[in-house]
Design a protein around this ligand. Structure first.
Ligand SMILES: CC(=O)N[C@H]1[C@@H](OP(=O)(O)OP(=O)(O)OC[C@H]2O[C@@H](n3ccc(=O)[nH]c3=O)[C@H](O)[C@@H]2O)O[C@H](CO)[C@@H](O)[C@@H]1O
Ligand SMILES: C=C(OP(=O)(O)O)C(=O)O
Length: 438
């Protein structure tokens, strides 16, 4: 087992490089299945466990996938006959694998995908995905833990999403690229990752218009081909380092971060007294001595992203006074807070809101990550804690962050990732921690 050990108290300074976005590359890998002619070449691909999982899903479906981890590129060749079945062993590993459904259905007229189920942050149904695919003419059946969709040929339709679901928007958009006629999707997700997907689909020969707005119009085409595409920067990784810099009173340039994609976070950080400078090379964060409290409510884009919520709570817990955070997107995304209580955090959860009483005098503890962003939040809390913090369950962190501890170490954090025996009696003993950190 591995864990991250942080000795808090260091100011972060320097420059950090941001990877391509996990939430962009996963649906884009699925989009690679749509190209019946030629290979798709992706650059700026993040080296993440979720990417390995999605590659394996594509390989199982009979696509050729070549991942060059050093150069961060992937080539996908889906030009030969594909299989249409994504089994439980893959889908259970990663919910996002449900986005192969739209491309398979469009390309092969059939898709059988294991129902993804929920995860630690909430129940995560797929009713909106299915509603959209059904409007395009697919027959949907659910049996034995699978959802099966078939259609001789999909046809364009008008689809209104009850909620701007990211995955449903992606799945339906990809299916509609090869449908006969025009599809109008309303109340769709507007995340930058949706725009990135639309961009690559258009390079593949699709006709997708309006991505990034509430309405997307897709004119179906008979076939798509391979192309080259560079994955958009990860706004959530950028935001995570912005918070880490601010909370440690640091001075960090988040290289190539796109301010436009992180507007709600930037606005809240400025309100709290953080200096956020948009420079040519990226976003510079200078953390103040005293942070002001604030209220945050997560919303679909362009609202405050739920994927920044756990990290944001650390900034709020450090503020001088009472802050509020309301999570409206997922019903169970406060699990990191119970771990933070063991690090001295004082808060009260009331339904979907948490009231936080700052400033917190964080003290190091052994804590376990419960999901991806919880893992990042716990490490950030460790950066401002007295003594040592050990964060376990790093499999969650590895889903979405490449070399997180290494990047923080380069910025001056005292942090190591170490192997420990599974039955670790590893206590918060500075002598042992020093030894393990060598
Ligand atoms: C791989 C990826 O891109 N993951 C992101 C994507 O997840 P994902 O695509 O799963 O998120 P959605 O936008 O679909 O889900 C948001 C909310 O809608 C609900 N819902 C969704 C679909 C549906 O058919 N029915 C339904 O009720 C979900 O339960 C959830 O409460 O967007 C989320 C919201 O920004 C982010 O937190 C995830 O990091
Ligand atoms: C919730 C997240 O991802 P996923 O939808 O892949 O679980 C996330 O990136 O924070």
């Amino acid at each position: 087992m591995e864990e991250i050990v942080v000795h808090g108290g260091q100011r972060l300074t320097g420059t950090v490089h941001i990877e391509g976005a996990k939430n962009a590359v996963l649906p884009i890998l699925a989009a690679g299945l749509l190209a019946s002619d030629g290979a798709t070449h992706l650059t700026n691909v993040p080296v993440l466990s979720d990417v390995f999982t999605m590659n394996n899903v594509l390989r199982f479906l009979n696509a050729e996938v070549d991942f060059d981890e050093i150069n961060k590129t992937i080539d996908i060749d889906a030009s030969h006959p594909l299989s249409s079945e994504a089994p439980f062993q893959y889908v259970s590993k990663m919910r996002a694998s449900i986005v192969v459904m739209g491309p398979l259905l469009a390309r092969l007229g059939h898709a059988k995908v294991a129902m993804p189920g929920g995860c630690a942050i909430g129940s995560r149904p797929i009713d909106l995905h299915l509603k959209g695919l059904s409007a395009l003419g697919a027959e949907i059946e659910r049996h034995d833990g699978y959802v099966e969709a078939s259609a001789e040929r999909l046809h364009g339709a008008s689809i209104y999403l009850d909620f701007p679901s990211v995955g449903a928007t992606q799945n339906i958009m990809m299916a509609a690229t090869l449908a006969e006629g025009t599809t109008i999707m309303e109340n769709v997700a507007r995340e930058p990752e949706i725009v990135d997907l639309a961009n690559i689909l258009n390079q593949m020969g699709a006709k997708v218009m309006g991505a990034g707005t509430e309405t997307i119009r897709i004119e179906g085409v008979p076939a798509l081909h391979g192309c080259e595409h560079s994955i958009v920067q990860d706004r959530i990784e950028a935001g995570t380092f912005m918070v880490a810099a601010a909370v440690t009173q640091g001075n960090v340039l988040i290289e190539d971060a796109i301010a436009e994609h992180n507007k709600p976070l930037i606005s809240k950080m400025r309100e709290m007294g953080v200096s956020v400078r948009e420079e040519e090379a990226g976003i510079r964060i200078i953390g103040p001595t005293n942070l002001k409290p604030t209220s945050v409510k997560t919303m679909p884009h362009p609202g405050f992203p739920t994927d920044m919520q756990p990290q944001m709570t650390i900034l709020q817990l450090c503020a001088q006074g009472t802050s509020l955070l309301t999570e409206t997107v997922f019903e169970n995304r406060f699990m990191h807070l119970e771990e933070l209580r063991r690090m001295n955090a004082d808060f009260k959860i009331e339904g979907r809101s948490v009231i936080m009483y700052g400033p917190t005098d964080f003290s190091g503890a052994q804590v376990a990550a419960t999901d991806l962003r919880a893992a990042a939040a716990l490490v950030i809390a460790g950066l401002v804690s007295r003594g040592y913090t050990e964060v376990t369950n790093l499999k969650y962190l590895d889903r979405g962050y490449f070399d997180f501890h290494g990047k923080l170490a380069k910025l001056g954090a005292e942090i190591k990732r170490i192997s420990v025996p599974d039955e670790s009696v590893y206590a918060l003993n500075p002598d042992f921690a020093d030894e393990a950190a060598e």
